[in-house]
Write a protein that binds this ligand. Structure first.
Ligand SMILES: Nc1ncnc2c1ncn2[C@@H]1O[C@H](COP(=O)(O)OP(=O)(O)OP(=O)(O)O)[C@@H](O)[C@H]1O
Ligand SMILES: [Mg+2]
Length: 463
């Protein structure tokens, strides 16, 4: 049994077909022209459309075109046509109609076609459902390791906040797992079958960032040839993750604030308001209060964004996590053939102050896996700094929001200015890697986007 819609301007024909098809066990609706059919199609899904070609207001071909352009789940279509319009029927086939019948036709003929078209439609829908299911299982919960009291508390907060639409600000140093936590919140939320869209606010220029976020209309600026949907629109009924949100340019901050307040926005160069339903997550490795104090971030926007704040402490403040994390990361890096960790290596990893946190630890293990030749990672496979427990002070200075630890790790070098030291560290890393940015970020244990931002800040990006 299928759900049919009969579209014909001749009421007699409409009624005959409706009666016969109902007798075959189908559920049958009717419409007297293309426009009315379109309204019904927007209200609910049909399996098969039986459609006349010549009709007032909107004819059969125009209806087909509209369905093709705008319909999410278009039904299969059987065109019913008078002799004179066979050519049009062929055009209809090109537009994706399932088949056509020329009037007068026999009801048995029509019944067979309807059953075939309905079967095809059912297959199509099953297929879509399967695909959606597959996608969901593939992008399932990220595995988060957390043995420490702090991480357990964070996971508890994640569980609790995920179900609501509350916006969440995730803070913490570089590499602590902010993005991972954002993904977990989305996965545990009722929006988990919809999209998770992320945008790194530090990675783009002002103007590009605006069109990236809100999209643009054709001709909005030179180079904008066609309309482009922005991330905000793509995240509709899903989650939008704004990474490094404190780096967002001021002009865009006020636009974002307005979009969040009104749940709507304008595309760049657009005049029509677009409504959206988006759950916002954001992350930063800066201290938000400091950014407000420095005048680089709007207080009212912060208030919108951090209805709920989750702070992930650096790895050196939760050393119980290091060993389980190391084992987990080794599995992820090398799979079942992952080398074991010698007790001395575990000790060294646990007591080291990981300036780039989990990402830093991961980089170190990746290297160790390559070096380990007898199935075990010993001190020999670890960098000298880790073995001698000499931590690089750089990252803890600039990326620590509390500022506490940074000063202690800096006392030895007694710098005149923390920024000078940081710049020096970046320069020396750049020189070590012959200015290869990817390798430099890795060496410093920070993300490439953080590095790019620093290069810009210190005027090192022109080189
Ligand atoms: N608790 C954890 N369990 C498992 N993996 C983790 C955990 N925390 C971080 N990771 C891993 O460490 C790496 C860095 O994490 P992530 O990218 O989420 O950090 P971040 O805080 O967003 O860093 P940045 O500020 O540099 O963008 C990723 O590969 C992530 O999967
Ligand atoms: Mg990140």
């Amino acid at each position: 049994m299928a759900k049919l819609l009969v579209v014909d301007d001749e009421s007699n024909l409409r009624m005959v077909v409706q009666k016969e098809m109902s007798r075959q066990g189908h559920e049958v609706g009717t419409a007297s022209d293309g426009e009315e059919a379109w309204e019904k199609l927007e209200e609910q899904d049909y399996d098969v459309l039986l459609c006349d070609i010549n009709m007032p207001r909107l004819d059969g071909i125009a209806l087909l075109r509209r369905m093709r352009e705008r319909s999410q789940h278009p039904p299969e279509v059987i065109m019913l046509t008078g002799q004179a319009t066979v050519e049009t029927a062929i055009e209809a086939m090109k537009l994706g109609a399932y088949d056509y019948l020329t009037k007068p036709y026999r009801i048995t003929e029509l019944a067979v076609l309807v059953t075939q078209a309905a079967d095809k439609q059912k297959l199509k829908i099953d297929n879509q459902r399967l695909r959606a299911q597959l996608e969901r299982t593939h992008s399932s919960m990220p595995e988060i390791i957390g043995e420490s009291r702090q991480m357990k508390e964070i996971l508890r907060l994640v569980q609790r906040v995920a179900h609501s639409d509350t916006s969440v600000l995730i803070t913490g140093e570089s590499g602590t797992g902010k993005e991972l936590i954002a993904q977990a919140i989305h996965r545990l939320s009722p929006r988990n079958s919809r999209s998770f869209v992320d945008l790194n606010c530090a990675a783009l220029q002002d103007t590009l960032l605006e069109s990236e976020l809100f999209g643009h209309e054709a001709g909005a600026f030179s180079g904008a040839r066609a309309r482009k949907l922005g991330l905000f629109e793509m995240a509709d009924s899903g989650t939008l993750f704004l990474d490094e949100i404190m780096e967002m340019p001021a002009a865009l901050q006020s636009k974002l604030l307005r979009a969040l307040e009104t749940r709507s926005f304008f595309r760049v160069g657009g005049v029509k308001k677009v409504d959206v339903d988006v759950r916002l997550l954001a992350a930063t490795n800066r201290n938000p209060q400091q950014s407000i104090h420095d005048g680089v971030f709007r207080a009212d926007l912060l208030y919108r964004v951090n209805s709920f704040e989750i702070h992930i402490p650096p790895l050196r403040e939760r050393r119980e996590d290091i060993e389980p994390l190391a084992r987990h990361l080794l599995q992820k890096i090398a799979g079942p053939s992952a080398p074991d960790l010698a007790p001395s290596a575990i000790d060294a990893l646990t007591s080291y102050s990981w300036t780039g946190n989990v990402r830093h630890l991961r980089n170190c293990l990746e290297r160790a896996v390559l070096l380990a030749d007898n199935g075990q990672i010993t001190l020999k496979e670890l960098p000298p700094d880790v073995v001698n427990n000499k931590s690089e002070p750089m990252v803890s200075v600039s990326y620590n929001s509390s500022g506490e630890t940074s000063t202690t790790s800096f006392q030895n070098s007694a710098p005149a200015n923390l920024r000078d030291v940081e710049r020096q560290q970046i320069l020396s890393a750049l020189e070590q890697t012959s200015w290869h940015r990817g390798k430099t970020a890795e060496l410093l244990g920070i993300s490439p986007s953080t590095l790019y931002r620093r290069l810009r800040e210190y005027d090192l990006d022109s080189r």
